[in-house]
Write a protein that binds this ligand. Structure first.
Ligand code: MG
Length: 264
């Protein structure tokens, strides 16, 4: 006959024996559970479908084989007037090399619509420096016709930091000022992620943008806070899908060349 103390001891031992270990219960900082079988290298290799092969450009900044050429210096066939989208883009082609804003003619926009994309665009401030601040070499790239990456002659030209070249206009200043002189060409290489909207039209996730200005990161996966506005806070007033890319006429003879895009 066992004593009560002996029974109690046996019960405690039995409870410990059937209780799972902390690791088995998934507690953090406990030793990992042992894999039921040893892993082999090929168990974490994914082969299908094969990654699509493209041909990169010979020169950095030129279009790879899967890019859509939006402007090659020769014509404005991929663009229309923003004042009347049934009319050709009214800007000037110079020397079969670049285009130049015709002040007062209005902005231009692509014929095609886009969402997520990689965009390469080259621009130069007007050769003759006129005016100051926002009045100097002002233009802009509008993604989905709404969200502006500012173009400005920011070479020795102070203005508000969230309005200079490389800024998301009146939203985010660039990390640095990487602007070249008005007689030189600048590049923007941009990775743009469109905003997502819920079925009821409310914002699901905001747009995001990464920008390299002359090869220098000036926007690093930046959250775009909404529709670009000259006056007032930015937000997302309504849902939208793919839309055109537009270039701004801000009254300055800003020049553009070598524009290409890859859909992502
Ligand atoms: Mg602008």
């Amino acid at each position: 006959m066992k004593s009560n103390k002996t029974w109690l001891f046996l019960i405690v031992i039995a409870v410990f024996a059937v209780t799972p270990s902390l690791a088995q219960q998934g507690y953090p900082n406990s030793p990992p559970a042992v894999s039921p079988m040893p892993m082999k290298p090929e168990m974490t290799e994914i082969w299908e479908p094969e990654v699509k092969v493209i041909t990169p450009a010979k020169k950095l900044g030129d279009a790879p084989s899967d890019a859509i050429i939006l402007f090659d210096g020769k014509n404005l066939d991929q663009w229309v007037s923003q004042k009347d989208v049934t009319k050709p883009a009214p800007w000037k082609i110079v020397d079969n090399d670049h285009m130049e804003v015709v002040p007062g003619s209005g902005g231009i926009q692509t014929k095609m619509s886009f969402g997520d994309c990689q965009l390469h665009i080259e621009f130069s401030a007007p050769d003759i420096v006129e005016s100051v601040g926002q009045g100097r070499g002002n233009s802009g790239v509008f993604f989905q016709n709404r969200y502006e990456l500012q173009i400005l002659d920011s070479y020795n030209n102070r203005t508000y930091r969230n309005g200079q070249a490389g800024s998301i206009y009146k939203d985010h200043a660039p990390l640095v000022n990487a602007m070249r002189t008005p007689l030189e060409w600048n590049t923007y290489d941009i990775v743009y992620t469109a905003p997502r909207f819920k079925a009821d039209g409310r914002l699901d996730s905001p747009a995001r943008i990464t920008v390299l200005h002359n090869g220098v990161v000036v926007q690093n996966n930046t959250t775009i806070n909404g529709l670009t506005q000259y006056i007032g806070l930015h937000d997302y007033p309504s849902s939208h899908g793919d839309d055109v890319i537009s270039l701004q006429d801000h009254g300055n003879k800003t020049q553009f060349r070598n524009i290409w895009l890859r859909k992502l």
